[in-house]
Design a protein around this ligand. Structure first.
Ligand code: AMP
Ligand code: ZN
Length: 112
């Protein structure tokens, strides 16, 4: 039994507000949104982080990336969005299952 909360969300053992699912990926609303729209997109297979990818996962990463605009549009983000991947402790990663953040809904501040 995995201790990973995102694997539990995929399995339905922890409830979530799902916005998209197919055989490879799962997308759901962030429980603590940092923008009016804040969605997390995760692979169904457990990958710890970007630091743990291997070359066999190139197709999956390409697939996820291509799905991001589609998922963003499904949430009404028709004028752009921000995508973030946090990696490791210094990158601010809190959940050890690779995830893309999609943020938007209004113009969000820049980084600098
Ligand atoms: P990160 O800091 O990049 O690892 O992001 C983890 C994100 O997961 C945070 O934005 C949390 O608000 C979100 N999160 C944690 N637990 C849950 C949950 N059970 N359902 C939805 N989002 C969650
Ligand atoms: Zn996991």
């Amino acid at each position: 039994m995995t201790d990973c909360i995102f694997c539990k969300i995929i399995a339905g053992d922890i409830p979530s507000s799902k916005v998209y699912e197919d055989d490879k990926i799962f997308a759901f609303k962030d429980i603590n949104p940092k923008a009016s729209v804040h969605v997390l997109v995760i692979p169904k297979t457990h990958i710890d982080s970007l630091d743990h990818l291997d070359h066999g996962q190139q197709d999956l990463m390409g697939y996820m990336t291509l799905k991001l605009p589609e998922i963003a549009r499904s949430q009404g983000l028709n004028n752009g969005f921000r995508t973030i991947i946090n990696t490791g402790p210094d990158g601010g990663q809190e959940v050890g299952h690779l995830h893309f953040h999609i943020l938007g809904g209004s113009k969000i501040p820049g980084f600098n």
